[in-house]
Design a binder for this molecule. Structure first.
Ligand code: NAD
Length: 482
């Protein structure tokens, strides 16, 4: 990618400048421009979707045998691996994550393409004897043009999670990356086309969500939207989908509880809780942002946790040892600061953090220290609203029944953590907590083969997992007369 020239965008495989407003993406560690591009406008959206629909009908991708599509997708995985360092550096510039994290995300994007290549070629269609003498078959067919709308916090991984199964299923994909982080999606599109996906099957349309994302969602030729982002936007998309009778999957926000019991392995739990909230600077839907610690170990645990948080290395994303990079934008940092102030207004006190670090790179980028707030109640706004930053609220608990009530008292239900050596207790709490994903004596560990998604305001539908490909297919039952 030539960052010295205005970047072209991808309109049904046609690389040209967008016709919308010109803007710069900024490196969050310094606030300096990384790339210039013109956003898509509504005419670009129309051209991309019409082109995608035409490619879906005429390029032959949908008609290929699953194992033929798989060969191309394995090649995508291979190309991602061959270019992994360049992609990791690009993603670092795109959203400021530490290089260790962007390398992991690039590896996960490659693994995702490999996994869905395998899922595609091993997908079984079922033949069942009908009650009576006839034969019935259930087959799967691609939907047509599908849209992938993604947020800024884990760009290449989010896009791979949608593009890989959508393409594996035989669809054309229109990607709408977050306005501030379009680079990885553009590069991924290039790789897919180079690997052999017919060019028209892929579009990447950077631009404002309320204009470009909306226009894609309402378009009658778009047969499915896979969305990852905030709950308010997700609900808006769900309303449009209801009007169109269009399937959607929504991966939304969270305010995930982590529960640490007296018998937990404390070294392990301290490290896990720190990682759960502060990796990715807390800009993570599954961040373990509400901590409940057993009363008997609360003081000891919090002392160790606060010392651990204060020792985390906040800084230059190019440094391999950096644990927290900058936040995505200066506006987002202001929003986090206003939440910390709210926590204090609600009676909380800051145990550690709560400030911008100063000096050298810190003065230019959007850095913030890992922050822990104590002395608040679960029903207060600071404990109920998603902050999406490095801010943890911590509360002691005494009664286990009350604990589970508090843990479940949230509009969100995306993830939860349980730390205990007692496997029966772990089982009991993992089953009782309402969440799409529960980690037991670990946190934020992923597997592409395990379905991921949220309950309630955290979303609808599941990504990943072998059957994730079926989200991008229609099922048809055939009845044979004998
Ligand atoms: P956002 O909802 O503002 O934006 C997400 C995407 O939707 C962007 O591409 C944006 O341009 C687009 N968009 C905005 N308005 C739109 C509209 N009216 N129609 C169509 N598209 C529109 O979210 P964000 O600030 O980019 O991301 C942060 C949120 O994402 C957090 O709430 C976080 O929890 C959530 N998230 C969830 C998951 C998950 O898997 N559950 C993963 C990552 C992030």
């Amino acid at each position: 990618m030539n960052l010295n020239e205005t970047l072209p965008i991808c309109i049904a495989g046609n690389w040209r400048l967008g016709q919308g407003d010109r803007y710069a993406t900024l490196y969050p560690a310094t606030g300096e421009p990384v790339a210039y591009l013109n956003a898509a406008n509504l005419a670009d959206v129309e051209e991309a979707i019409q082109g995608a629909d035409k490619a879906f009908r005429t390029s032959g991708w949908a008609q290929k045998k699953p194992h033929e599509r798989a060969v191309v997708l394995y090649r995508v995985a291979q190309l991602i691996r061959e270019r992994s360092e360049d992609l990791a550096q690009l993603q670092r510039l795109d959203n400021g994550k530490p290089i260790s994290e962007t390398r992991a995300l690039v590896a996960s994007a490659a693994a995702t393409f490999q996994f869905f290549a395998a899922a595609c070629e091993t997908l079984e269609e079922t033949i069942t004897p009908m009650r009576g003498d006839n034969l019935t078959m259930s087959v799967y067919e691609p939907m047509g043009v599908v849209a992938a709308i993604t947020p800024w916090n884990s760009p290449i991984a989010s896009e791979a999670q949608k593009m890989a199964p959508a393409l594996a299923a035989g669809n054309a994909v229109v990607v709408k990356p977050a306005e501030v982080t379009p680079l990885a999606a553009l590069e991924l599109a290039k790789i897919c086309i180079e690997a052999g996906v017919p060019a028209g099957m892929i579009s990447v349309l950077p631009g404002k969500g309320s204009v470009i994302g909306d226009a894609i969602t309402v378009h009658p030729l778009v047969k499915r939207v896979s969305f990852t982002g905030g709950t308010t936007t997700g609900k808006h998309i769900a309303h449009i989908a209801a009007d169109k009778m269009m399937p959607v999957s929504l991966e939304l926000g969270g305010k995930s509880p982590t529960m640490v019991f007296e018998d937990a392995d404390l070294d392990h739990a301290v490290a896990g809780v720190l990682y759960g909230i502060f990796s990715s600077s807390g800009e993570s839907c599954i961040a373990g942002s509400r901590l409940f610690v057993a009363h008997g170990i609360y003081d000891t645990f919090m002392e160790r946790l606060a010392a651990g948080a204060a020792a985390l290395r906040v800084g230059d994303p190019t440094d391999e040892r950096t644990q927290l990079g900058p936040l995505i934008t200066s506006r987002h940092r202001e929003s986090i600061e206003s939440y910390v102030a709210l926590g204090v207004d609600e009676g909380g006190h800051i145990r550690t953090g709560g400030v911008r670090p100063t000096g050298s790179i810190y003065d230019r980028g959007y850095f913030y220290t890992p922050t822990i707030i104590e002395g608040v109640r679960n029903d207060q706004r600071i404990c109920q609203e998603e902050i999406f930053g490095p801010v943890l609220v911590a509360m002691p608990f005494e009664d286990e029944n009350d604990l589970i009530e508090q843990a479940n008292d949230s509009v969100y239900a995306l993830a939860a953590g349980v730390w205990t050596r007692d496997y029966k207790k772990a089982w009991r709490f993992a089953r009782a907590v309402q969440a799409g994903n529960v980690w037991i004596n670990t946190y934020k560990q992923f597997s592409i083969s395990t379905p991921f998604g949220g309950w309630r305001d955290s979303g609808l539908g599941r990504e990943k997992g072998r059957l994730g490909i079926l989200q991008y297919m229609e099922q048809k039952s055939l009845y044979w007369g004998m």
